[in-house]
Write a protein that binds this ligand. Structure first.
Ligand SMILES: Nc1ncnc2c1ncn2[C@@H]1O[C@H](COP(=O)(O)OP(=O)(O)O)[C@@H](O)[C@H]1O
Ligand SMILES: [Mg+2]
Length: 328
């Protein structure tokens, strides 16, 4: 199915999505005017430091943002239909069947007193009726798809390693043949060695099924080896979106460059880059560019004008006034 190209249809489109959390001291702007799309069969990585709004975007796409969070504006379209305006009933049909989530920390949310066969079985029968023999076959096939032995069928989560539990979560996500999977830091809680194997399973399975995936992570190095395009997020805003080669060969946004420079390398021992300045309080974004406090190239214009995400080269979008000027 892969590789997708610029001609592949867009299965998921996020359009100017904003999500706020109401607090006593004002609204936390966790996602601000976020726009991106996912093509059929493609893997898009969403990266950025902890607290920048990645999980918020994932939850908003499924309309599962928890109170006091609220989608304040924007659209999320799957196959052209806007999820934000659907009824709960219509949403239930879309979740899992068209759009599945592997939530952050998924493996720890498996029910400890329920066998794996029941957990996967419940996910299936909540949407599809199936006779017990067909259901058993389907669950065993799913376990096989994610590289788990048959005996896992009758086991409890506590009998499995972290990597095996995460595979169960992948099996649940693909159980109803969704078109899109949103995987929120699917390997972050695992040991480094297991991380790669589980990530590879996720890639193999989605590629075989032709599923598109939004893969959330904070590790730019790991993402580089897995995704087709990268979307970089900073303080609730997308700052750069581009094919993975372009992101690494020609990063435009200073924050993207910083993320790349901070990937450790064995060949080249380099001093760790210290980043000066702090991220602003998400309740009080400054006028102008959101990265201004940490940017070495910030000028007066950057402090007054908020850059929009603009296409500066084919399929390469950036929200930085200096980079946009250079490109024109
Ligand atoms: N329930 C909440 N109330 C207030 N602020 C929240 C709540 N949940 C998340 N936030 C804030 O929203 C921002 C984005 O959080 P999150 O989406 O979890 O980021 P990430 O997944 O990138 O680590 C953070 O600054 C966080 O503090
Ligand atoms: Mg998160």
């Amino acid at each position: 199915m892969r590789p997708p190209n610029g001609e592949s249809p867009k299965v998921l489109e996020v359009d100017r999505l904003s999500v706020h959390y109401a607090t006593d001291r004002g609204a936390v702007i966790a996602a601000n005017d976020v726009s991106f799309f996912l093509r059929e069969g493609e893997i898009l990585g969403l990266v950025g430091e902890s607290g920048c709004g990645k999980t918020t975007v994932a939850m908003a796409i499924l309309r599962m943002v928890q109170s006091p969070g609220k989608i304040v504006s924007g659209q999320v379209r799957i196959n052209g239909r806007d999820i934000v305006s659907l009824s709960e009933q219509q949403l239930r049909q879309i979740r899992w069947c068209e759009l599945a989530l592997i939530p952050q920390g998924a493996m720890n949310s498996l029910n400890p007193v329920t066998k794996i066969k029941e957990q996967i079985g419940d996910a299936i029968t909540a949407h599809e009726s199936m006779d017990p023999t067909a259901l058993r076959r389907r669950i065993l096939d799913l376990l096989d798809d994610v590289g788990l032995p048959e005996r896992v069928y009758n086991m409890y989560p506590h009998e499995l390693s972290g990597g095996m539990k995460q595979r169960v979560c992948i099996a649940m996500a693909i159980a109803l043949n969704p078109q899109v999977i949103i995987a929120d830091e699917p390997t972050s809680a695992l040991d480094v060695v297991v991380q790669r194997v589980v990530a590879q399973t996720l890639l193999d399975v989605t590629s075989r099924l032709g599923v598109s995936m939004l893969m959330i992570g904070h590790d730019m190095g790991l993402q580089a080896q897995m995704v087709d395009r990268v979307a970089v997020m900073y303080a609730g805003n997308l700052v750069e979106v581009a094919p993975v080669d372009a992101i690494f060969d020609r990063p435009c946004h200073p924050y993207t460059r910083l993320l790349i420079e901070s990937i450790p390398s064995i060949e080249e021992r380099k001093p760790l880059r210290v980043t000066e300045g702090l991220t602003h309080d998400l309740r009080n974004p400054p006028p102008g560019c959101i990265f201004q406090y940490r940017c070495r190239d910030c000028d007066a214009e950057c402090r007054s004008e908020r850059p929009q995400l603009i296409e500066v080269a084919e399929d390469h979008y950036v929200a930085c006034l200096a980079s946009q000027e250079k490109a024109t």
